[in-house]
Design a protein around this ligand. Structure first.
Ligand code: ATP
Ligand code: MG
Ligand code: FE
Length: 335
C-alpha cells in the first residue's frame, strides 16, 4: 500500500510517498520562498506558474527517493482546498491525470485536515478523542477530534490567523518573509517585559482575535517613528510573541480540561515555533495532559501530511471522480 500525495495549495510544490498510511518514504518540498520574497508575500499568478514548472520533477524525485516506480503506487491523495485556486488546480489536474492513466483510486484532502494528520505520521497508535490547536498561515482553530473524519470546531479566529499575525508584524519590523521563524529568532534576544501589549481573551469563548494586538504593535512603531525614538525590535518581537502564546496556551488548556482529553495535538506552520511548543507542553503537563507535536519539518506545508489524511479517507472507501476541483474557500466540515 503506497500512496503518492501531492500538495500545491500555496507556495510549496510537494510530493510524498507514504507506506501503510504512516511511513514517510519520501517527502520532497520545492519551496518558492525566494521567488516571492522580493514581493514580501506570495504572488498567486507566479505561484501557479511555478507549480506547473516543478510538479513533474518533484513527483519524479519523490518516487526516486522512495525507491519505487509508478506501478508500485496504489492510490493518489491531493490537496483540494483551501488555498490559491490557480495553485490548487495544478496539483488537482496532475493527480486526476495520473489516477486516470494508472487506473488507481484518487482522494481529495482538506489542507487543514492534512496539517492535523502530520501528527499521525509515524504514530498509528494515537487514540480518539483528541483536541487539536491548529495555528497556520491562514487558520487558527481549536478542534475536537472525535474520530477519523469526524471533528468539531470549538473555536476560531475572528480576524487574523496566528501565522498571519507573525508575518504582518515581521514585515512591519522589517524582518522579511515568512515572518514566523524570523520573529522567533530575534525574540530570543529581547526582553518581553519592555513593551506592554494587549491580549484578546474574549471571555467565555474559545475564539481568538489577533488584529487588536497587530494594531497595538503598528501604533507603537508609528509613534516611535514620529517621535524619532529607537524601537528595541527584539523586545517588541518578544512581547508580541508572548501575547500570542499566552492566549493560545490558556485557551487550549481550558478546552483540554473541559473536554477531558488525555492528549492534545498541535498543527500548522506556527506549530514549528519552539517557544509555543515548550509553553504549551509545560502547561498541559501541569494539568495532567500530554502534548503531541509533529516533527519540525512536517509543521509547514508538505505532501506527507496530505498522504496520511488521504489514507484514512481511502480506508473508509472515499473516492474522488474526474469532477474533483480545487476550491479556494473549502470549509472544514464537521463530517
Ligand atoms: P494554511 O495552512 O492556513 O493554508 P499556509 O499553508 O500558508 O496557511 P502554513 O502551512 O501554516 O501556511 O505555514 C506557514 C506559516 O507558519 C507562516 O505564517 C509562518 O510565518 C508560520 N511559521 C513557520 N515557522 C514558524 C515559527 N517558527 N514560528 C512562528 N510561526 C511560524
Ligand atoms: Mg508556504
Ligand atoms: Fe498550510
Amino acid at each position: 500500500n503506497l500512496i503518492l500525495a501531492i500538495e500545491t495549495s500555496c507556495d510549496e510544490t510537494s510530493a510524498a510517498v507514504i507506506a501503510e498510511g504512516h511511513k514517510v518514504l519520501s517527502n520532497v518540498i520545492a519551496s518558492q520562498i525566494t521567488t516571492h520574497q522580493i514581493f514580501g508575500g506570495v504572488v498567486p499568478e507566479i505561484a501557479s506558474r511555478k507549480h506547473m514548472e516543478s510538479i513533474t520533477a518533484v513527483v519524479d524525485r519523490a518516487l526516486q527517493e522512495a525507491q519505487c516506480t509508478w506501478s508500485d503506487i496504489t492510490a493518489i491523495a491531493v490537496t483540494k482546498g483551501p488555498g490559491l485556486v490557480g495553485a490548487l488546480l495544478v496539483g488537482v489536474a496532475y493527480a486526476k491525470g495520473v489516477a486516470m492513466a494508472r487506473e488507481i483510486p484518487l482522494v481529495g484532502v482538506h489542507h487543514i485536515e492534512g496539517h492535523i494528520y502530520a501528527n499521525f505520521l509515524q504514530k498509528p497508535q494515537l487514540e480518539f478523542p483528541l483536541l487539536c490547536l491548529v495555528v497556520s498561515g491562514g487558520h487558527t482553530h481549536l478542534i475536537h477530534l472525535i474520530d477519523h473524519g469526524k471533528m468539531k470546531i470549538i473555536g476560531s479566529t475572528r480576524d487574523d490567523a496566528a501565522g498571519e499575525a507573525y508575518d504582518k508584524i515581521a514585515r512591519a519590523l522589517g524582518l522579511g518573509y515568512p515572518g514566523g521563524p524570523l520573529i522567533e529568532k530575534i525574540a530570543q534576544e529581547g526582553d518581553p517585559a519592555r513593551y506592554d501589549l494587549p491580549r484578546a481573551w474574549l471571555k467565555d469563548s474559545y475564539d481568538f482575535s489577533f488584529s487588536g494586538l497587530k494594531s497595538a504593535v503598528l501604533n507603537m512603531l508609528n509613534r516611535a517613528k514620529l517621535k524619532g525614538e529607537e524601537i528595541d525590535k527584539a523586545s517588541l518581537a518578544a512581547a508580541f510573541q508572548n501575547s500570542v502564546v499566552d492566549v493560545l496556551v490558556e485557551k487550549t488548556c481550558d478546552a483540554a480540561k473541559e473536554l477531558q482529553v488525555p492528549t492534545v495535538l498541535l498543527a500548522g506552520g506556527v506549530a514549528a515555533n519552539n517557544y509555543l511548543r515548550q509553553r504549551l507542553q509545560k502547561a498541559l503537563q501541569g494539568q495532567g495532559q500530554e502534548l503531541i507535536v509533529p516533527p519540525l519539518e512536517l509543521c509547514t506545508d508538505n505532501a506527507a501530511m496530505i498522504g496520511c489524511a488521504g489514507y484514512y479517507r481511502l480506508q473508509k472507501g472515499e473516492r474522488a471522480g474526474s469532477d474533483l476541483n480545487g476550491q479556494a474557500n473549502l470549509p472544514l466540515t464537521d463530517s
